[in-house]
Design a protein around this ligand. Structure first.
Ligand code: NAD
Length: 512
């Protein structure tokens, strides 16, 4: 155990068999089947987790309903205090939790630590927010009247998360939802359930210490079937779902059919425009991390480079040379740059995409392939690949969750922006330029159509302070910073008449 994984698992409280259903401090043996979580790093079984049954889900929901009655009455700054303690607890376990994330999901240890740091950051943000959650005061048109708005919690927030950010996405939602006065039920990805169990064990300690009731933070484990219980459940007023566009369409429709609210954070097809005025050193570095970081499995991973014809050949050859220096291997070994993809299905998707881009006329700049032999026993290690392609290729229009980068040539900025926007997804985008006119045009109303548009920064690696999310098939949701908290609350407009008359709005007369 060269990387001390067993010690970390023990300190986190992960056993070889874990219950997957919890209402907080209590774990409910639902009698359900156990699923195995394997590491894509070495192919080993990490541990097993019991699935949540329909009956287990019902227990979780009724406990959450009961908890909401109390939690909503706890003053928001006091709720913030709990979140503050949760952030502090995360500081203590950062190394262990970061290692579990890295081992279970396959991202580098540094990125695993970064993910836990993101959880800590959002807790800090939420603590401050707990003394804000501001509503506006308006001027009434009627004399002796006061009008204002206030924000109340919604109730149960269902959180469905993807495998690639197995802990951070939950915290973005839950830290905000808790200070807003909501209670949360989390279904982590079935591909990274142990990360979910570990987080629940951490928060449980804080609930225990404060004698808080069960149901404020619950865990359910399972695949889409458990997710569907939430999306169809009218007792869950908000479902926040992160994952593929395919999943988002199903969840959005199910929640929409009962007129519930959904917050959707779905797939991206992110591009960097590299203009002829770009600082190419920066452009190459930004593109490299964006395309190969997390083995191309970030929703914000760079999938397309839209390169000006005058610098196309240079960018191409410099990228090829950078790719030749990438070291691929166990993500826990810090000398490696690129770890595995999540599982064999992902490898299959990667190979299919390569086949397709070639069939459509794409030309290999850096050829892909699956690695085998010592250190690659899991079968999940693939070579980051680059292909010259056209934006209209079907495969380029599609998000392949793997390290494949497409190079596309352009001649005018208008054309580059049209290419950037010419995909169904709208998450993250960037321009590399030192020319102010180009940068501003890219950010203007006629520029990028994405939820995130950066200048001289790659497409991935957002900070928690901004609202995170994207347009079009990315789903339109916003999470994390800015005023994203409003999605977790209901707005109420209040008009108070302190006069002794009862005038009607719009001057309407109604006298008897
Ligand atoms: P996925 O869609 O396969 O699964 C995501 C989650 O949805 C899982 O928990 C899964 O069990 C659940 N699910 C699947 N079908 C469901 C259904 N019909 N009803 C309810 N729940 C259902 O995605 P994945 O492979 O885990 O993650 C990769 C995808 O997530 C990529 O498309 C990536 O871009 C996207 N992603 C987006 C963001 C974002 O913030 N925009 C962040 C991370 C990942």
């Amino acid at each position: 155990d060269k990387f001390g994984i067993q010690d970390s698992l023990r300190r986190l409280g992960i056993k070889s068999e874990n219950i997957g259903t919890s209402t907080g401090t209590q774990w409910i043996d639902t009698g359900g089947e156990y699923i195995s979580s394997y590491s894509p790093a070495d192919g080993e079984l990490i541990a097993k987790v019991q699935l949540t049954t329909k009956e287990g889900y019902e227990q979780v929901i009724s406990s959450a309903q009961e908890a909401f009655e109390l939690w909503r009455t706890v003053p928001a700054p006091k709720r913030g205090e709990i979140v503050r303690e949760f952030g502090n607890a995360l500081r203590e376990v950062k190394a262990d939790l970061g290692k579990l994330v890295s081992y279970e999901m396959g991202k580098s240890y540094q990125e695993g630590l970064g993910e836990v740091q993101e959880m800590i950051d959002i807790c800090d943000f939420a603590v401050g927010l707990s003394r804000q959650l501001y509503g506006l005061t308006m001027h009434s048109e009627r004399p002796g009247h006061r009008m204002y708005e206030q924000w109340h919690p919604l109730g149960i927030v269902g959180i469905i998360s993807a495998f690639n950010f197995p802990v951070a996405v939950w915290s973005w939602n839950t830290a905000l939802a808790w200070v807003c006065g909501d209670v949360c039920v989390w279904k982590p990805s079935e591909k990274a359930p142990l990360s979910g169990v570990a987080c629940q064990l951490i928060i449980a300690e804080i609930f225990k210490k404060h004698g808080l009731p069960e149901g404020i933070s619950s865990l359910v484990v399972g695949d889409y079937k458990v997710g569907e219980l939430m999306s169809h459940d009218p007792r869950v007023p908000l479902v926040s779902a992160t994952g593929s566009t395919r999943m988002g369409k199903l969840v959005g429709q199910a929640v929409g059919a009962r007129l519930g609210r959904s917050l959707l954070e779905l797939g991206g097809n992110n591009a960097i425009i590299i203009t002829e005025n770009a600082d190419l050193d920066m452009a190459i570095r930004g593109a490299l991390f964006g395309a190969v970081g997390t083995a191309g499995q970030r929703c914000t991973s760079t999938r397309r480079l839209i390169i000006h014809e005058n610098v196309f050949e240079e960018v191409k050859s410099r990228l090829a040379s950078a790719y030749s220096k990438l070291v691929i291997g166990n993500p826990l070994d810090e000398k490696n740059h690129v770890g595995p993809v999540i599982d064999k299905d992902a490898v299959h998707g990667y190979l299919k995409a390569i086949e397709k881009v070639k069939a459509e006329g794409g030309k290999a700049v850096v050829e892909g392939g699956v690695l085998s032999g010592e250190g690659y026993e899991s079968g999940c290690y693939v070579k980051p690949a680059i292909y010259e392609a056209k934006n209209h290729f079907e495969i380029v229009q599609h998000e392949t969750f793997a390290p494949i980068l497409y190079l596309i040539k352009y001649s005018t900025l208008d054309e580059a922006i049209a290419i950037q926007n010419g995909v169904p997804q709208g998450l993250s985008s960037a321009i590399m330029t030192t020319n102010m006119r180009e940068a501003e045009a890219f950010l203007s109303v006629a520029g990028s159509d994405c939820g995130i548009a950066n200048v001289n920064i790659g497409t991935s690696g957002a900070e928690i302070g901004g609202a995170f999310g994207g347009e079009k098939e990315t789903g339109g949701g916003r999470e994390s910073g800015s005023d994203a908290w409003k999605a977790y609350m209901r707005r109420q407009t209040n008009t108070i008449n302190y006069s002794s008359a009862l005038p009607l709005a719009q001057g309407i007369k109604f006298d008897i």
